[in-house]
Design a binder for this molecule. Sequence first.
Ligand code: TYD
Length: 192
Amino acid sequence: MYIVFEGIDGAGKSTQIQMLREWLEANGFRVETLVEPTDSKIGKLIREMLQRPDATTESVQRMLGLLFAADRLLLMDKLEDDSKIFISDRSFISSLAYQEPAEWIDEINRYAKKPDLLILLDLDVKTSVARASGEDTFENEEFLTRVKANYLKLAENYTHEIIDADRGVNKVSSDIKKAVAPYLGICPDCIL
Ligand code: TYD
């Protein structure tokens, strides 16, 4: 099973993925976590490019679109292993939400695996900007407002759960567990 976490910057994806992982392992599942951008050379180049002041311009966005698409191809073979649950911090759905134009992004991500379950951590844009590291050019209100709207539309195309991420870490984590449990045959009353 391939579970993908998406959401605007600062939604708490990495913390929540860690908590979900520990809970699934306690329930006897084998779990592997993945992160995009990866720690490959392409991933490192992406992180450098994200700090450019012109990262939101059309040409840099196109270049980033290609780099993100190339970077995630490195993860795809791994996902063939069906003895594990894979939980990924971002996927090609990030590219569809952050980069443009949609048809082209779709095309260059043709070989990216579609998630079995998308968990969208939905966060208020103002909270996102306040929580952001301030390092990336994408972390501004106008841009993230567009990304958030894109996410809500994109989610409709996949089996998805939208989680309100504007609350405490433990509340968000328990909502995620409740949302994931039925897909894995875990008894809802057994959730701590
Ligand atoms: P993020 O996971 O937020 O990294 P960090 O934990 O270092 O903040 O990803 C970095 C940025 O890259 C984030 O602003 C979202 C953006 N991004 C895209 O624009 N397109 C993509 O396809 C991916 C995977 C990420």
